[in-house]
Ligand binder design. Structure first.
Ligand SMILES: [Fe+2]
Length: 318
């Protein structure tokens, strides 16, 4: 398969599972097109033209010819300078690595991470939070994230890969959309009268979470007790990074009984405790792996072989 085809497959899977729905993604792409049309000619060089067809700013081919034929991919959650050297070492020892694939974004895909966060407003809307609230607080939080990453050395690993002659791609929100949909469907099947213990058991029956449990990083009950019922469950695994902490309280008021997240900081956990909302933290790398696997199964079916590293747990459902 060519690199461009693999990239397009990943974007297509991301759109299919997007919480905004196909119409919502179309709407976002139309807005991007309008921003481009409205931009004066003298400023168009600043515009990321890829965003006209790919609605995920954190998913890009960062290095390499899109027409490159790809047979073997080194895949990891975080591909840093060490992993680039690892790819080079493996090549030197005779393993042909055609592509380095990271889950977490790098380069401009990381600098623009804030752009993918708007989708959280659509996730909350499904639980009854007004879109006006979601859009207002997310706009603020997106600016905060953009400022936070502005001073960051986003290009470090990409520069190393360039010197080593590696091709690099990152795939973030499409994978997170896939895991979001997958886990939300499984929670909906359990129903609102299931206990937190039953929810934990369901998660641990999924191979990625089972393996993560053995590794000491599986699902944990952050807030709540085993025998209590979950009530309405909201999975919050997509949208770039954590949203504003006030949203946890608003979700409790809107009738959400349990939040299932990849990770949650102490500040948000305390808000959850005060609001009497249960929190299940499914595990960061296992959740990222599950999302990636749901996309990579298609790559595998297309004949690509995968080598896992950097916290990525490969499970094939192909
Ligand atoms: Fe992640």
């Amino acid at each position: 398969m060519r690199l461009r085809q693999l990239y397009e497959m990943a974007v297509a899977r991301g759109i299919e599972s997007d919480p905004r729905g196909a119409a919502g993604v179309e709407r976002a792409l139309r807005e991007t097109r309008k921003a481009w049309d409205d931009l004066p000619e003298r400023r168009r060089w600043e515009f990321d033209a890829e965003s006209l067809s790919n609605p995920f700013a954190d998913t890009r081919i960062l290095l390499g010819d899109p027409e490159l034929e790809v047979a073997t991919v080194l895949v990891g959650v975080d591909m840093e300078v060490g992993e680039m050297l690892l790819a080079d070492r493996l090549r030197e020892r005779g393993t042909a690595i055609d592509l380095v694939l990271a889950h977490h974004p790098m380069g401009r895909a990381l600098a623009d991470l804030g752009d993918v966060m708007a989708v959280q407003a659509d996730v909350w809307r499904r639980c009854g939070l007004p879109i006006s609230y979601g859009e207002a607080v997310m706009a603020e939080r997106m600016q905060e994230i953009r400022r936070a990453f502005h001073a960051y050395n986003n290009e470090e690993a990409v520069d190393a890969a360039r010197l080593l002659g590696l091709s690099v791609m990152c795939c973030h929100t499409p994978a997170d959309n896939c895991v979001q949909r997958y886990i939300q469907d499984r929670c909906d099947q359990l129903g609102e009268d299931a206990t937190l213990g039953e929810l934990m058991d369901m998660l641990k029956s999924i191979p990625e979470y089972r393996e993560a449990t053995i590794r000491g990083a599986g699902p944990i009950l952050f807030q709540g007790e085993d025998g209590r019922r979950t009530g309405r469950v909201l999975v919050e695994m997509t949208g770039g990074t954590s949203g504003p902490k006030d949203a946890v309280k608003r979700l409790a008021e809107a009738g959400v009984g349990t939040i299932v997240d990849m990770h949650m900081d102490e500040e948000r956990r305390k808000v959850a405790e005060e609001a009497h909302i249960n929190v299940v933290v499914a595990g960061h790398h296992a959740s990222d792996s599950l999302g990636m696997n749901l996309i990579l199964d298609e790559w595998e079916r297309a004949g690509v072989s995968l080598l896992a590293c950097s916290g990525f747990i490969r499970v094939s459902r192909a």
